[in-house]
Design a protein around this ligand. Structure first.
Ligand code: AMP
Ligand code: MG
Length: 439
């Protein structure tokens, strides 16, 4: 693993007291590496897990050319041979889904075919039933109920190759069907089942320990003494981490006390791959937090050029031969969530070996003017909705203080105001990141 110092020393314009968001994320990405450890699980249990190796398709899916419609299969040469714009074909029998192919129509003949049935030899096109006229003739004896009918349709109702699914068009045998690093979703479970695959290799779950720091914090159930607040960060962290499907170690509240902090960090480090703390890293907090974190490993303290969420500690700590990644998040409840989503989430995905694209940004109209200074990234909490004219527009959720958790609860998106940009006028486009899929 590359050391923090070696990564940082490669940056020409590194300033830990005004670090741009993008630079902090680049440093984190360079330091963080996937954990090792693989397990084999049944596909139902693989939902939301990270695929540890490519799954190569053992089959062609579909296994045969087959019909996409209920209709009549025929050889497309009949379209060119049509006289007066009409095609007339004699039906020699019926092909049902799940049946082995058998019927072999000759020129001037067709097979009545159901969706999913194997295309008869020599046929490449299906005319859907609704475009045809059936002309009954004779009694259909041996070759099924449709035999003996004649079917007629306009030659321009279909083109050669229409309504036929090709063998291997979903998945070709020998080709990777799913790539390692993929976080398996419901479609993927179905896809694995369609290949007859019962079990897959996935990465082991990440273990993440977290605790809150602060003498003013009380846990639910305790009396709220004067000057105290209930610890909410442990609950938002619990929720955010659950969504990432990691194993959680909730270590409670740790007092602002050097010995207690060191003991908590050591225990977290010995039991988890990553440790997340909140509080105690801001200016004005006693310096022992930094001292202890620094003594336990390779940790750096940043003031990030962002709002909310300026102070953050990041690095690696070690205790009794165990190592863990450390994120020391700010204490303010909104800052915890913002720094989690914009730094920690991607780092944990990387540790899990998950190959996940950053959440997309959408450009929409701002319903109001927003004040902002160039030189920092802002994550305002917004409500995206349709405006009076039916176009999407976003407004901020009122009070944007970094302690106002209601702003996160009411919002359905972040309004992401980029590092360089200044204020926004009402009606200007802004970029939003939807909470759906993120939170
Ligand atoms: P700190 O970064 O420790 O100075 O905390 C900044 C602010 O966040 C203070 O007002 C703290 O009371 C508040 N705070 C810190 N930790 C928590 C927590 N776990 N739950 C709620 N508020 C917190
Ligand atoms: Mg504190």
């Amino acid at each position: 693993m590359p050391s923090l110092q070696s990564v940082i020393s490669c940056l020409s314009d590194y300033d830990p007291t005004a670090l741009p968001v993008a630079q902090a994320n680049r440093i984190i990405a360079d330091v963080v590496e996937p954990v090792s450890g693989i397990e084999q699980v049944a596909i139902r249990a693989a939902l939301d897990r990270v695929l540890a190796e490519d799954v190569v398709s053992p089959l062609d899916v579909p296994a045969h050319d087959n019909s996409a419609m209920d209709g009549y299969a025929f050889a497309s040469a009949a379209l060119q041979a049509a006289s007066g714009g009409e095609v007339t074909l004699r039906v020699i029998g019926t092909a049902l889904a799940g049946e082995a192919p058998g019927l072999v129509p000759a020129a001037g003949e067709a097979v009545r075919i159901m969706t999913g049935a194997v295309m008869p030899a020599g046929c490449d096109t299906v005319i859907p039933q609704e475009f045809t006229q059936r002309v009954a003739q004779g009694t259909g004896e041996t070759a099924g109920e449709a035999a003996g009918e004649t079917v007629r349709f306009a030659a321009d109702a279909v083109r050669a190759g229409d309504n036929r699914r090709l063998r291997g068009e979903d998945l070709a045998r020998g080709k990777p069907a799913l790539r390692q690093g993929r976080v398996l979703n419901p479609a993927d479970l179905g896809l694995l089942a369609s290949l007859g695959i019962a079990e897959v290799k996935v990465r082991r779950r990440l273990r993440v320990a977290f605790f809150s720091t602060g003498d003013e914090l009380r846990s639910i159930g305790e009396p709220l003494d004067a000057g105290c607040v209930y610890d909410s960060n442990r609950y938002t962290l619990h929720g955010m981490l659950r969504r990432l499907h990691v194993d959680l170690i909730d270590m409670g509240v740790v007092r602002d006390d050097p010995a207690a902090l060191e003991a908590a960090l050591r225990s977290a480090c010995e039991n988890a791959d990553a440790v997340i703390t909140s509080g105690g890293v801001s200016v004005g907090e006693a310096d022992y937090t930094k001292q202890i974190m620094a003594e336990l490993g390779d940790v750096t303290f940043w003031k990030i050029a962002m709002r909310p969420g300026r102070p953050m500690a990041f690095g690696r700590i070690a205790s009794n031969g165990h190592q863990a990644l450390l994120f020391g998040l700010p204490g303010n409840p909104v800052a915890v969530m913002v720094t989690f989503y914009h730094f920690v989430r991607a780092a944990l995905h990387r540790m899990m070996g998950a190959d996940i694209a950053p959440p997309p940004l959408m450009r929409v109209r701002s319903a109001q003017a927003i004040r902002k200074k160039p030189g920092r990234t802002e994550y305002q909490r917004g409500i995206l909705a349709r405006g009076a004219d039916g176009q999407w527009e976003v407004r901020i959720t009122g009070q944007q203080g970094s302690g106002v958790l209601r702003s996160m609860s009411e919002a359905n998106c972040f309004i992401v105001l980029a590092h360089e940009q200044g204020g926004v006028a009402a009606g200007d486009p802004v970029e939003v990141m939807l909470f759906e899929g993120l939170l």
